[in-house]
Design a binder for this molecule. Structure first.
Ligand SMILES: Nc1ncnc2c1ncn2[C@@H]1O[C@H](COP(=O)(O)OP(=O)(O)OP(=O)(O)O)[C@@H](O)[C@H]1O
Ligand SMILES: [Mg+2]
Length: 387
């Protein structure tokens, strides 16, 4: 059995809704955003389940991860991915073409696509727009093109990224409303920041106003069962019950790596005659509270002003504004215990941004990058308040 627990039925159902939507799902063609906490398996699900399901249904899938290279701009990463796929379509032996031919019976696939433009300057000045290029692809392939952008939230933090989202939107609007179009252009974005990803679809001025935002379906009891079965097959002893393991998985935010860590610790440290069902919950609680420690320690190392700024953001529901106001400076002064001048704030905010501990969510608006870290920080504050 493989290490990855696959969810083909769920993926096939999602692919069906996206590619052949019923009346109620038609809105999914406007774009779909999946949001889920960090390390819960979003990328794994896309690569192992959703992409194969979409391809099996005959779609042409282009995937790009905006977190794969934070040095390159989101727009450049997306264009590079599209260029690479289109280049494959021009190459008769490419696996993409072979699949199209096999699944869709597309005759042009035997020869390779002939585009009426050069790929080199796609999306750049003087070159074809994304909308033009994707319209040609849909028309030649006579099938759906799905663009998946993993960690799409990175795009809305820069002008360049926002331009890219608008270019994707105009591609959608160029392809889909044509009567008798032979395929559709479907955009899927994922992100770990639920509020931010929902915002992409809710804000009127965003490229994807009206698109759908859904929570990523986290791994559940069937995954836990699969894991326990594998452990039994490996001859593991002293395993916890499924119910207690499920509970521990929930405590750990449905993160497979954390559950594995907890089970490893249980295996190593269970005293002779100990009851796994009594020990696993304790281990899970401890792991949960240490999960955010690395990030919180980084904040502390940046100094007391950084800590004060981080705390102000973490204590805010939704966007934190006014970080550079006189009122905020007075607040920092109290926390830090010395006079903090307004102009001291910006460089420290920049350091927090560079360390990816906070993120800019729009003009003058900030949020904690990892919502899980924020949650743990709040739990710790609440405990301090009690103690
Ligand atoms: N279906 C699965 N079966 C087994 N392990 C899984 C599964 N999905 C995810 N994992 C494991 O969980 C970890 C996180 O997975 P992944 O990188 O896909 O999550 P993510 O939500 O995309 O994380 P990030 O927020 O870092 O982008 C990886 O170690 C991965 O192997
Ligand atoms: Mg990921």
């Amino acid at each position: 059995m493989s290490n990855i627990y696959r969810r083909p039925a769920l993926a096939a159902q999602m692919a069906q809704q996206l590619l052949k939507p019923g009346v109620l799902d038609e809105g999914l063609r406007s774009g779909l955003f999946l949001s889920g906490l960090r390390r819960t398996g979003k990328t794994t699900f896309l690569l192992n389940d959703l992409i194969p399901a979409l391809e099996d249904a005959g779609a042409l899938v282009i995937y790009v991860d905006l977190w794969s290279d934070t040095q390159t701009s989101p727009a450049a990463l997306v264009l590079a991915a599209v260029r690479k796929s289109l280049a494959e379509l021009q190459t008769p032996a490419s696996s993409m073409l072979q699949r199209l031919k096999r699944v869709g019976g597309v005759d042009v696939a035997a020869l390779g696509f002939k585009f009426g433009f050069k790929l080199d300057n796609l999306g750049l000045k003087g070159g074809p727009t994304l909308a033009q290029a994707l319209t040609e692809v849909v028309d030649q392939a006579k099938t759906d093109v799905v663009l998946i952008v993993d960690e799409v939230q990175h795009a809305i933090t820069s002008d360049d990224g926002n331009q890219m989202l608008l270019a994707i939107k105009s591609a959608r609007d160029a392809v889909n409303p044509r009567p008798g179009t032979q395929g559709h252009f479907i955009f899927i974005g994922t992100g770990s920041h639920r509020a931010l990803v929902s915002e992409l679809t809710a804000r009127r001025n965003q490229a994807f106003a009206g698109a759908n935002s859904l929570p990523y379906p986290v791994l559940g009891t069937d995954y836990v069962q699969h894991l326990l079965t594998r452990l039994v097959q490996e001859g593991a002893q002293h395993l916890p019950s499924p119910a207690v393991t499920n509970q521990a998985f929930a405590t750990l935010g449905n993160r497979p790596e954390e559950l594995l860590k907890a089970l490893r610790q249980l295996n190593r440290h269970l005293p002779p005659g100990g009851n796994p069902d009594e020990h696993l919950p304790v281990i899970a609680e401890t792991l949960r509270s240490t999960a955010a420690d690395i990030d919180l320690m980084k904040v502390e190392q940046l100094g007391s002003l950084a800590t004060a700024i981080f705390e102000r953001i973490a204590a805010t529901d939704g966007d934190a504004r006014g970080l550079f106001s006189a009122e905020a400076a007075a607040d920092y002064t109290k926390t830090v215990g010395r006079t903090v001048r307004v102009e001291e704030t910006q460089p420290v905010v920049n350091e927090l941004l560079a360390a990816n501990l906070i993120m800019r969510r729009g003009h003058g608006m900030y949020g904690i990058t990892d919502p899980f870290v924020q949650e743990i920080w709040r739990e710790k504050k609440a405990l301090e308040g009690e103690g």
